[in-house]
Design a protein around this ligand. Structure first.
Ligand SMILES: Cc1cc2nc3c(=O)[nH]c(=O)nc-3n(C[C@H](O)[C@H](O)[C@H](O)COP(=O)(O)OP(=O)(O)OC[C@H]3O[C@@H](n4cnc5c(N)ncnc54)[C@H](O)[C@@H]3O)c2cc1C
Length: 284
């Protein structure tokens, strides 16, 4: 993960010209465990299970509340199709840099405001895929790419560049030469355009976002952003991260699969630990 300058404004660089910037983080692991133990603390309990085990237990059993208190605020710069995927997540608050607003101060955001290109012209650059993104389709999943590059990566990239340049020139000409309103001229802005937005989620929802967007089924570009956000979670919430990895890299079995597994263990008289027995026979 590349980054420029540490601190609140640390920018993690993604793709050819995108980034994730930490705008603010509220709370830490210690607050999650404190909140998780509030009842026990009130009752005067002094001996507790290990923090990491407690967090893993809460994550596994979907006791979400303690993870709902920490908040991560990010500033994202990404191409439009990735922003579309991002905004499908209903559990985030978002606000874009160039808002659909008559307010001359573009720093007043609410979760309803959308990037529109009405307030100011697009002037934010375009994502031109590098070779590692110029891939053939997957043969097993209709949505994704394979790892195999197209034969002529340079030719494909040049075609993208020539379309982007022509669209950009058309957009500027519609505004400059023809005097067309920005809200209509944006019709010709290509999907490769970069956009920036703030995105806020609580820790529980960040982990849910991560689970879905670091997956092998997700688009390679958003996976690149997910890898960065995973590092941010690891840095700010190391215990929760460790507990989450423990849970997310496990599997959930259906009832039929569980019965099959029990049958295999029993018919082969395979000994298992008391802890695993508790999990497999539903007593823990
Ligand atoms: C790999 C991948 C492929 C995808 N492919 C497609 C596709 O082909 N076509 C397509 O249209 N979309 C696709 N999506 C988008 C997907 O359908 C969801 O829109 C996206 O994942 C965001 O929704 P979410 O429930 O995951 O997250 P969030 O909206 O952040 O919600 C998180 C969780 O909160 C709860 N929640 C949030 N809002 C509600 C609500 N209103 N009611 C009940 N529970 C709620 C649910 O438990 C939910 O899972 C894809 C997503 C992924 C990760």
């Amino acid at each position: 993960v590349d980054r420029v300058n540490r601190s609140k404004n640390t920018k993690f660089l993604v793709l050819d010209d995108g980034f994730v910037q930490v705008d603010g983080v509220l709370y830490s692991d210690a607050d999650v465990t404190r909140i998780a133990r509030i009842t026990a603390l009130k009752a005067g309990k002094t001996k507790f299970r290990d923090d990491r085990d407690l967090l893993a237990y809460f994550l596994r059993e979907k006791h979400a509340s303690p993870f709902g208190f920490p908040t991560i605020n990010l500033l994202i710069r990404c191409p439009f199709p990735i922003r579309e995927q991002w905004f499908r997540h209903r559990t985030g608050h978002r606000a874009e840099i160039l808002v659909e607003s008559t307010d001359p101060i573009p720093s007043q955001f609410s979760e309803q405001q959308q990037f529109s290109g009405r307030y100011a012209p697009y002037n934010d650059g375009y994502n031109i895929p590098t070779d590692e993104y110029l891939l053939k389709p997957s043969s097993t999943n209709n949505q994704t790419s394979s790892e195999e590059k197209v034969e002529d990566t340079e030719g494909a990239r040049n075609l993208i560049i020539s379309l982007v340049q022509s669209a950009d020139a058309t957009y500027r000409s519609l505004i400059g030469k023809y005097g067309l309103a920005r809200e209509r001229a944006r019709w010709v802005v290509p999907m490769a355009a970069y956009t920036e937005f703030y995105f806020q989620q609580n820790l529980w929802n960040v982990l849910d976002w991560l689970t879905k967007r670091r997956s092998a089924h997700a688009q390679k570009e958003i996976v690149a952003y997910a890898k960065v956000i995973e590092q941010i979670v690891k840095e700010y919430f190391p215990l929760t991260y460790e507990a989450w990895i423990e849970v997310v890299e496990g599997v959930t079995l259906t009832r039929t699969e569980l019965h099959e597994l029990r049958a295999i263990l029993e018919s082969n008289a395979i000994a298992i630990t008391p802890k695993l027995e508790k999990r497999l026979y539903g007593t823990g």
